[in-house]
Design a protein around this ligand. Structure first.
Ligand code: 6BB
Length: 646
């Protein structure tokens, strides 16, 4: 990969670790330099996109037309000769899927909070003439305020004649696909979305799918039959609603309009689901315009004209991120260039570090953290960094349908006429900037080398910017393959050796009281093995690979074990992995696992890590999906963990 492709992106963003890799995109965390706001960057390689290029274009076009509190916001699109970067809203809570499986399943009240938000998002998307066509818990992310955000509009459709027009393309995930869709019949996109919402609601409240089979033909037969098991814990109201959404005949299926004030969705609420956008497209906030105009030394009119072009460039991103700051009660302020890098705290997520006293040390690096690390070896996907994004305090609180829930749609109260940049509000910016914008200092990415023995060395802190440097950083680890026992070569990108930051955002414990008996996923498995899951987050990464396992605070994706010796535990897991046809690379106490199809295609990537639970002798296994089907991953990891004598 040419560094040039990242040049444009790095003008505006500091880039951090990879949090996921999909079929054709990888997602990294970043920070918008001017506003200091965190963002997610979806990175696509044009040359390898091939037939998926239209999907990317569809997604970009759709997201430009959508602005809603439960739809992930697109801020900026950067296209270079080889890459497409989509800069998107930051959702540190990760996927709803992981949240469900960690809790086994959700109690009805909690499911209702999420489902209201899903209905709100889908009603809005439909109102804009789009059908999403890939609704599933992996496509719903949880943001900083524990609200859901719909992502992945690559399969969406906007029929020219309106949403009542028929579509033909069969797309989306088979388990969520409506019967009419899999039969190849012409179908109405909005009706198919309602079916998927039924499957989604079932998954929320049961922790598994209503229609499931490893054999896709049998799966399709089950879907077309429309019969599913009704577990005993579902209330009559839930069963009724599921039945209304999971109607095989699309004409008998409930519509989104009726869902908005369905009795099940109204329970405990005073008003129907609010589906209208709290941030309508084209709405301009005066405070944000003022700040931009002061910053750019432009008149408010010129700034308004510039923002109104909605080019999804740096102007759009800066405006939308200022708006987001305001919505979060943060100061509507931009970094003055001379001050942008004067922060004393050079950690990428400085303010979090200082508030929470977090440890940002890399598990392998002696340097505390690395900034702006770039993956210079795009073709290498074997050592993706895992998110470690915590999701505590996720249990959403039931919100009254009151004014407090909605952000005012009217322009914010205007300020006094701004006289260039010397108004009162900006005059004291220097004194505030250190506190409010504890941003990373412009530290050049620092990487360390791994010597032949796999031991990290810290050569120097030279800038790592020449391709020669990059080349010499490569190393050849080996995959332990169960099938062939051959050693497959892999390359570790410099970025991976220089993991920049633990996104340890939260500290609180997850309320475990919602757990119910009878689920088939991680929670129940762990109960069966007399284990516990506590919602805590990873802490120290120090010494993880050399001295012993990392000490992590318990987290919902950490399974505790009875084995107290980490090496014995590691041995037990590595004994089982080949039996389950899982290849792995061992990196200290981290096992980078993958499965492959018969044709050698990597179908699944995940990490298992032996860790020590903070302040105890108890050993745990942290699991993290990197790539692959979420439910297949769940089953596989369940299978691995239940086969281990742990
Ligand atoms: C996005 C995101 C936005 O991520 C792998 C695929 C936004 C992801 C995020 C996160 C965890 C921690 C911090 C931030 C738009 N499209 C895709 C996106 C896809 C990945 C989700 C996680 N699993 N914020 N984050 F997910």
């Amino acid at each position: 990969m040419a560094v040039d492709d990242y040049e444009e992106l790095l003008k505006y963003y500091d880039l951090y670790e990879t949090i996921g890799a999909g079929g054709f995109a990888k997602v990294k965390l970043a920070r918008h330099i001017l506003t200091g706001e965190k963002v997610a960057v979806k990175i696509m390689d044009k040359t390898s996109l091939g037939d998926d290029l239209p999907r990317v274009k569809t997604e970009i076009e759709a997201m430009k037309n959508l602005s809603h509190q439960h739809v992930c916001r697109l801020y900026h699109v950067i296209e270079t000769s080889k890459k497409i970067f989509m800069i998107l809203e930051y959702c540190p809570g990760g996927e709803l899927f992981d949240y469900i499986i960690a809790k086994d399943r959700l109690m009805e009240d909690e499911a209702r909070i999420f489902f209201r938000q899903i209905v709100s998002a889908v009603a809005y998307v439909h109102s804009r003439g789009y059908a999403h066509r890939d609704l599933k818990p992996e496509n719903l992310l949880i943001d900083e305020d524990q609200n859901l955000k719909l992502i992945d509009f690559g399969l969406c459709a906007k029929p020219k004649g309106g949403l009542d027009y028929h579509l033909m393309t069969c797309c989306g995930s088979p388990a969520y696909a409506a019967p009419e869709l899999i039969q190849g019949k012409a179908y109405i996109g909005s009706e198919a979305d309602i079916w998927s919402m039924g499957v989604l609601m079932y998954a929320l409240m049961c922790g598994y799918l209503p229609f499931d089979d490893d054999n896709v033909i049998i799966l399709y037969k089950k879907i077309m039959r429309g019969k599913y098991e009704i577990p005993k814990w579902l209330s009559p109201g839930s069963v009724l609603l599921l039945n209304q959404m999971l109607q095989v005949d699309p004409k008998k299926r409930i519509t989104v309009k009726h869902l908005l004030n369905h009795p099940w969705l109204l329970q405990g609420y005073k008003c129907p689901v609010e589906w209208q956008s709290k941030y309508p497209l084209g709405y301009l906030d005066e405070d944000c315009i003022t700040e931009l105009s002061v910053f750019h030394k432009l008149s408010k009119q010129s700034t308004t004209d510039l923002v109104s072009e909605w080019n999804y460039d740096q102007t759009t991103a800066t405006y939308l991120l200022l708006q987001s700051k305001k919505a979060h009660g943060k100061p509507v302020r931009l970094m003055r260039s001379s001050l942008a890098f004067t922060s004393i705290d050079s950690s990428p997520f400085g303010e979090l570090k200082s508030k929470k006293n977090l440890n940002f040390e890399d598990d392998n690096c002696d340097v505390p953290y690395v900034l702006g690390s770039i993956d210079f070896t795009d073709d290498c996907e074997l050592f993706e960094d895992s998110p470690f994004a915590s999701m505590d305090a996720l249990t959403p609180t039931v919100k009254e349908c009151s004014k407090s829930e909605s952000v005012s749609q009217t322009p914010a109260k205007s300020r006094a006429i701004v006289k260039k940049s010397n108004n009162k509000e900006n005059s004291d910016i220097k004194s505030r900037v250190k506190n409010e914008f504890a941003l990373p200092a412009p530290v050049t990415p620092v990487c360390k080398k791994i010597n032949e023995k796999g031991v990290l060395t810290m050569p120097n802190q030279n800038t790592m910017n020449s391709s020669k440097d990059i080349e010499c950083m490569k190393e050849i680890p080996t995959w332990k393959s169960p099938n062939t026992d051959k050693l497959a070569a892999a390359v570790i990108s410099p970025e991976r050796r220089c993991r920049s930051v633990d996104l340890d955002l939260n500290q609180a414990h997850l309320d475990n009281t919602h757990k119910k008996k009878g689920g088939k996923v991680f929670g129940s498995l762990e109960r069966g093995l007399d284990k516990m899951i506590t919602m805590l987050t990873p802490s120290k990464r120090k010494g993880s690979t050399r001295d012993g396992p990392r000490k992590l605070r318990a987290h919902y994706n950490v399974t505790t074990t009875k084995i107290l010796n980490p090496d014995q535990l590691l041995k037990e897991i590595t004994r089982i992995l080949p039996e389950k046809h899982v290849d792995y690379i061992q990196k200290g106490y981290i096992l980078k696992c993958r499965t492959q199809s018969d044709f050698g295609k990597v179908t699944m990537q995940f990490e298992l890590e032996v860790c020590q639970l903070n302040k105890s002798e108890v050993m745990g296994i942290r699991r993290q999906r990197v790539k692959g089907d979420a439910w297949v991953y769940k089953k596989l990891v369940e299978d691995i963990l239940s086969s281990c004598k742990v």
